[in-house]
Write a protein that binds this ligand. Sequence first.
Ligand code: GLN
Length: 208
Amino acid sequence: MGVAPPRPTVGVLALQGAFSNHLSVLAELGVVGRAVRRPDDLEGIDALILPGGESTTMSMLLDSSELRAPLTDLLDRDLPVLGTCAGLILLSSRVDDGRDDQRGFGRLDLRTARNAYGRQNESFESRVELADGRSIPGIFIRAPRIVEVGPEVEVLGALDGVPVLIRQGNAIGCAFHPELTGDATVHRLLIDRIGRSLTTVSDASQED
Ligand code: GLN
């Protein structure tokens, strides 16, 4: 009998916003979820989730928590990352209607418009059409709209023809809240990226 391989650990940035349901989804998927509040919490994580919430506040808290530099370093080393809603904004290279002092990680070659799907009371649920022909539920809460995608960005899901789920290498972005729907498709996309280091092995050679 072999020894069971260690379960992967996925960090969830827990400075502010909608992090707790992500931890529940990870537990259901059999991976270890860890709330990340301080640099020490990053030790040994295999992937990271930047949750929904308020990207301007998260940007400030990334500095006061001293998480910005170690997170940047991990992303430089191709740590798989999923940014949902405010997290998508933090991963986008260009942000419309951001605050001047708001700073993200610029890992996705996108232009993203904050709050472009409307205010909190215009939140809605809709099916997201996936590239493979399936659809999954999406809950949109003051969601950012992806208005431009760069050539390296793969569109994995769309709403009315507008990308809402995308991937560029090990970075996945999603405009909606996948942790509230009971469908773990988006979280599985992240877990599938674990162990795929783009700097050491060509991405294409690992696709199955
Ligand atoms: N509008 C928020 C922001 O700019 C994001 C909303 C969300 O994460 N549900 O950060």
